[in-house]
Write a protein that binds this ligand. Structure first.
Ligand SMILES: Cc1ncc(COP(=O)(O)O)c(C=O)c1O
Length: 406
C-alpha cells in the first residue's frame, strides 16, 4: 500500500486506487468525468495539525479560514465544526459565514474595497474585526458604527514590502499623523490588530521571516507614536499540507516566537488566516484522457476554466488506470479549452503508454480552483465529498446551476 501524492487518503494497492475507503472503480462506475472530489478527513487533519503546532508556541492562538480559498458551503461547514473562524472578503462571503453558523466574534472581514453594505452587515452582526487597507476607510466605518451605536474593532493591513505589492498601508510620517488624527477623532472605532500577508505558496521559511520582520518594523514605528496592537495577524500563504512538512510549520512557529524575543516587543496574540493549507490537498479531480497527440501530448477533460493556473495549485498527475506503471516518461498535458494556452503541465513524468479513456487523477485542487474558475461554456463538474466509505454529492450542475453565493 502506497500513498499517492503524499496524501494518506489516496492509496494505491495492487493496481487498485482507494479514495479514503472507497475503491476508485466504484466511483468511476457511478460518476462521469470530470469529477471534483473532496476528502473530509483530510480537511480535519490539516486543521488539527496546524492548530496543534501553533498552539504549542502561542497562547490564545487563533485561525480564520480564508473563505475565498473554497467557499463551498459543505467545505466551510467542516471548517466551522473544527472551531476555526472565518475571514470574509466580500458581502456574499460574509453572508455565507453567518448562514453557516460561524460565530460573529470569530468572523473577520476585510478587503481593499469595503462597500458600505459590507461594513453595515459586519457592524450589525458585531463581527470581530474589520480590516482596512487604507486609513481613509476609517471615516466610513466610524459613520456606520455611530449609526449602530457600536465601537468597531479595526485591524490595519500593512504593506508586506514584497516586491511591488500595492496592498496595505506603507506607513510614513504623513500616514502616521493621519492615523493618529483618526484615532483621536473617531469615537466608534478601536484599533486592535495589525495584518501582514506576504504571498501564496510560500515554500521556505525565509518568506515568512521577511513578513514577520516587516511587521515588527511597523509595530516598532507605530509604538513610537503610542499606537499599539493586541493582535498580530500574519495572513496565509502556506502551501498544501502534503507539500509543507509538519516540521517546517514548527520551524515557522518557532521563528516567529524568536523574532519577537529578539525585538523589544512583547509577543502579542498571534493569528493566521490560511486558506490553501486547510483545503488544498483535500481536493482532487478525476478526469480522463480524451485525446493523445504527437510528441507525447495528452488532452484531458478538465482545463484552465476549472483548474486554472491563477489558482497556483501544486498540481500532480497520475494515470489511475495504469497506477502501478512507472510514471517516468515526459508527457505534456493540455486541457479542453480550445486555445493553445490551455496547458496544464509540460514535460510531466507520466506513464509510457498514453491511451485515450485512461483515467487521470489530478491532486491538490482543493483551494482556489473554483474561485478562479471562469465561465467558459462547459458544464461545471459534479462535486462529491468523501468521508470513510460515504459519498455525499455536494454540487450537481443539473440542479445547483453555479457556484454563486447569495
Ligand atoms: C490577506 C490574505 N490572507 C490570507 C490569504 C490566504 O492565503 P493562502 O490561501 O495562501 O493561505 C490571502 C490570499 O491571497 C490573503 O490575501
Amino acid at each position: 500500500m502506497k500513498n499517492i501524492s503524499g496524501n494518506p487518503y489516496l492509496i494505491r494497492n495492487n493496481g487498485e486506487v482507494l479514495i479514503d475507503s472507497i475503491p476508485l472503480d466504484k466511483i468511476i462506475e457511478k460518476y462521469e468525468t470530470p469529477l471534483l472530489i473532496f476528502l473530509e478527513k483530510r480537511i480535519r487533519d490539516n486543521i488539527r495539525t496546524f492548530i496543534n503546532i501553533f498552539n504549542e508556541e502561542f497562547e490564545n492562538f487563533q485561525c480564520f479560514f480564508s473563505l475565498k480559498a473554497n467557499y463551498l458551503p459543505e467545505i466551510c461547514r467542516i471548517v466551522c465544526s473544527e472551531g476555526i473562524g472565518a475571514k470574509a472578503v466580500s458581502l456574499p462571503e460574509l453572508k455565507l459565514a453567518l448562514k453557516l453558523g460561524f460565530s460573529p466574534d470569530k468572523i473577520i472581514v476585510g478587503s481593499p474595497y469595503l462597500p458600505s453594505a459590507l461594513i453595515e452587515l459586519s457592524i450589525k452582526n458585531k463581527v470581530r474585526e474589520i480590516i482596512i487597507y487604507s486609513i481613509k476607510d476609517l471615516k466610513k466605518i466610524n459613520i456606520i458604527a455611530q449609526k449602530f451605536n457600536h465601537v468597531q474593532n479595526i485591524c490595519i493591513r500593512v504593506n508586506s514590502q514584497k516586491y511591488d505589492s500595492k496592498l496595505g498601508i506603507k506607513f510614513d510620517e504623513n500616514k502616521i499623523k493621519l492615523l493618529e488624527k483618526s484615532i483621536s477623532t473617531y469615537e466608534n472605532i478601536k484599533i486592535t490588530s495589525i495584518l501582514s500577508h506576504f504571498g501564496t505558496q510560500m515554500n521556505n521559511i525565509e518568506q515568512f521571516e521577511k513578513n514577520i520582520k516587516s511587521l515588527i518594523l511597523n509595530l516598532e514605528l507605530l509604538l513610537k507614536h503610542d499606537i499599539f496592537f493586541e493582535n498580530v495577524n500574519l495572513g496565509g500563504g502556506f502551501p498544501e499540507a502534503t507539500v509543507m512538512a509538519q516540521n517546517q510549520l514548527k520551524k515557522i512557529a518557532e521563528m516567529i516566537k524568536i523574532s519577537f524575543k529578539k525585538s523589544n516587543l512583547k509577543c502579542p496574540k498571534i493569528c493566521f488566516e490560511p486558506g490553501r493549507y486547510f483545503v488544498g490537498d483535500s481536493g482532487l479531480f478525476l478526469s480522463k484522457i480524451v485525446k493523445v497527440s504527437d510528441d507525447r501530448w495528452i488532452f484531458i477533460d478538465i482545463g484552465n476554466h476549472i483548474c486554472p493556473k491563477f489558482a497556483r495549485c501544486s498540481l500532480r498527475f497520475y494515470n489511475a488506470t495504469q497506477i502501478d506503471e512507472p510514471h517516468k516518461y515526459k508527457t505534456s498535458i493540455a486541457g479542453i479549452v480550445p486555445t493553445d494556452q490551455d496547458v496544464l503541465a509540460k514535460n510531466y513524468f507520466f506513464t509510457q503508454d498514453l491511451r485515450e479513456e485512461d483515467n487521470v487523477i489530478v491532486t491538490n485542487t482543493g483551494a482556489y480552483c473554483l474561485t478562479f474558475s471562469n465561465r467558459f461554456p462547459y458544464p461545471l463538474p459534479i462535486i462529491i465529498l468523501i468521508n470513510g466509505d460515504k459519498i455525499k454529492k455536494i454540487f450537481d450542475p443539473n440542479f445547483d446551476k453555479d457556484f454563486s453565493l447569495n
